[in-house]
Design a protein. Structure first.
Length: 205
């Protein structure tokens, strides 16, 4: 692959929407191995070979840039974890969780910093995180072919919410300390735990 230099980038004229998407793609790639605090407009401008002023034009400032990059990353996560439209429910769940594990592994530093930011005082980043968390959960209750349908009851939703938090923490911890669990072992644990938890619930009244 030929590296893009500032001069070649400057010669490439893109429509504003295409240029903004290109910058967001670059921001997400940089975030994969950096925390949000390390992802600066100066860094992106240098990597993209453009001026800081152009980045401010597209994003309005540092906060707008952070929010746009995090939203773009969240959209990527949602797309990468889409379950296949066919197959047994457990197989489709496994496929979706495989996408999740692979995403977190590839974007470990940035993902961890996003989880940390979501628990802090940044309302916009917390909203993106919570919206994505909810959208991933709603997949289980949709009737469309891509959904992972499970009974839609208050008790199931409560268990699912806790299970999501457990999966996130377990995968992030496994990235740092595998504890002799292979990737396949991890996937078996997180895939099998959801139906096991739901099976322990009493029948809906």
């Amino acid at each position: 692959m030929t590296a893009t230099t500032p001069s070649s980038s400057a010669r490439t004229r893109l429509a504003p929407g295409e240029r903004r998407t290109q910058l967001l793609d670059l921001g997400v790639r940089l975030l994969a191995t950096r925390s949000l605090d390390e992802l600066s407009i100066d860094l992106l401008a240098e990597e993209a070979g453009i001026s800081r002023g152009l980045l401010y034009h597209y994003f309005g400032g540092k906060q707008g840039f952070y929010e746009a990059v995090v939203q773009h990353a969240a959209d990527d996560l949602y797309a990468q974890t889409a379950p296949p439209s066919e197959g047994e429910p457990l197989e489709r769940l496994m496929a979706s969780l495989t996408g999740y594990v692979d995403y977190v592994v590839a974007n470990h530093t940035g993902y961890r910093s996003l989880v940390k930011a979501a628990s802090g005082s940044n309302d916009a980043l917390r909203a993106i995180y919570e919206t994505t968390f909810t959208a991933l959960a709603e997949r289980f209750f949709t009737a469309d072919p891509g959904g992972l349908v499970i009974p839609d009851t208050p008790a199931v939703r409560l268990v699912l919410h806790a299970w999501q938090a457990m999966v996130e923490d377990l995968v992030l911890t496994w990235c740092d300390t595998p504890a002799d669990l292979t990737r396949d072992d991890l996937l078996q644990v997180i895939t099998g735990s959801l139906p096991a938890l739901i099976d322990t619930l009493p029948p809906p009244k």
